[in-house]
Design a protein around this ligand. Structure first.
Ligand code: KE4
Length: 428
């Protein structure tokens, strides 16, 4: 496979777009090489600028759960476009998708649509702070909730001090209100609550982490966080931008049997168009403008094209009883296949999986949090990524990402992926 046109396109893009991309992970910084420019996609396949056909395991980082260019979504967009693309006025379509989403997701009464997962998480934290009158939040090292200042915080020095900015431009004033704990470490969270018993507005967590690779919660972890939130009157925010409408119809709340107070969505809910959302009880949502004092707004929030795509996607998922089991089965097949190849390779590796989220880590330690995820051998990962790419398999270009399987992937595609690994494993 050659990537000459992608290489040329990347050079052109770099002249006018920072880093040549509109989101950093696309730039292949952590795996090196030239990012692949895609021409089009169909089902499980990407067709890049050089005409290469690639089996896609990122599904646009989650949204394309039913495969690319899913016909009902495309048809819904075509139908809707002729009616106009944006009004800045309410439409019945927003109520229709809101009703369906709230039927699918347990335990929520109202939902507000926004334009990205970042916006959903940023708004959810503001809502929790406004409703509680408290200022601090707890997040977990390695969890990503979008690029809002409050989340771009890394573990500060010392176990329980507040975090420090992980990006220039984020102020110490912001950082002091974001407390960090290691994922799967309930003792660290107990210590934070003991240190700041009446100052913590919320815990925000990826109920199944996908931004350190895939890291499932250990038994009892989420239940213990739920109890701590109840004990200290803090809100429990599930960031389901990745897991929502992917792990189950009702997302991680349904699959793991845990009730959150506020849930955020993105990715799948928009059918590939820019949609985020956050949902909560009537009581919590009563604080949100225009009913209440917590301000949040957006010119393109509830955009009719995005709502049409999201509604078509949610309808398809709602009506397909077997979708989530099929995705989990395909992911299990991939897991077994990768395991069978790597087990004979002499390489240190871990495979984490839950539902249709999976990741491979080149380390001999169990990967249960950011620190253990960071022990992965990135050289092995680079060779793995590029070796598989040469075989026509497009994996996430970072060891700190989850794979996202889609329903268009066939058993043959998965078997071809395993065969590709078999062919390149000696070069890792
Ligand atoms: P967006 O603002 O990118 O729509 O969503 C932010 C976000 C929030 N919460 C979780 C759990 C997320 O995974 C994300 C975004 N995910 C990344 C992939 N790790 C998006 C890819 C990118 O940044 O380009």
């Amino acid at each position: 496979m050659q990537y000459q046109r992608s290489s040329n396109l990347f050079k052109e893009a770099q002249k006018v777009i920072p880093g040549g991309v509109n989101s950093p992970v696309r730039a292949f910084k952590s795996v090196g090489g030239t990012p692949i420019f895609v021409e089009r996609a169909q089902g499980a396949y990407l067709f890049d600028a050089d005409g290469n056909k690639l089996i896609d395991y990122i599904s646009s980082w989650g949204p394309m759960i039913l495969g690319h260019a899913y016909p009902p979504v495309i048809e819904a967009l075509k139908q809707r476009a002729d009616k106009g693309t944006s009004f800045g006025m309410p439409t019945a379509l927003e109520t229709e998708i809101a009703n369906l989403a709230l039927e699918m997701v347990p335990n929520m009464d109202k939902i507000r649509f926004v334009n990205s997962g970042t916006e959903a998480c940023m708004s959810a934290v503001r809502l929790a702070r406004g409703a509680s009158g408290r200022e601090k939040i707890i997040k977990f090292a390695g969890c990503y909730h979008g690029h809002s200042d409050a989340f771009l915080i890394q573990a500060g020095s010392g176990a329980v001090t507040f975090g420090s900015p992980s990006s220039p431009g984020v102020t110490q004033g912001t950082a002091k209100d974001t407390l960090l704990a290691p994922y799967n470490n309930i003792e660290a969270v107990k210590t934070l609550f003991a240190e700041y018993p009446d100052q913590i507005a919320a815990i925000i967590i990826e109920p199944v982490a996908g931004n350190m690779g895939c890291i499932p919660p250990q038994d009892g972890f989420l239940e213990s966080l739920r109890k701590l939130c109840d004990q200290y009157n803090a809100y429990f925010i599930f960031d389901e931008v990745m897991t929502g409408f992917r792990l189950a119809k009702g997302g991680a709340q349904e699959l793991l049997g845990i009730k959150a107070d506020i849930v955020t969505f993105g990715k799948v809910i928009g059918g590939g168009l820019p949609v985020g959302a956050f949902a909560a009880s009537n009581e919590i949502m009563s604080y949100l403008a225009p009913d209440g004092p917590v301000y949040q707004a957006g010119t393109l929030s509830g955009n009719p094209l995005a709502m049409a795509a999201g509604l078509a996607m949610l309808k398809a998922l709602d009506q397909d009883e077997g979708i989530f089991e099929r995705l989990a089965d395909k992911t299990k097949r991939l897991h077994i296949g990768i395991d069978s190849v790597l087990s004979d390779s002499g390489l240190p590796y871990q495979i984490n999986r839950l539902g249709s989220m999976i990741s491979v880590h080149f380390t001999d330690q169990a990967v249960t949090d950011f620190e253990t995820a960071a022990h992965g051998n990135n050289n092995f990962f680079k060779n793995y990524f590029h070796g598989m790419l040469k075989q026509g398999i497009y994996l996430p270009p970072s060891a700190f990402e989850s794979y996202f399987l889609n329903d268009a992937l066939s058993v043959d595609d998965i078997d071809q992926t395993i065969e590709a690994l078999n062919l390149i494993v000696k070069k890792i």
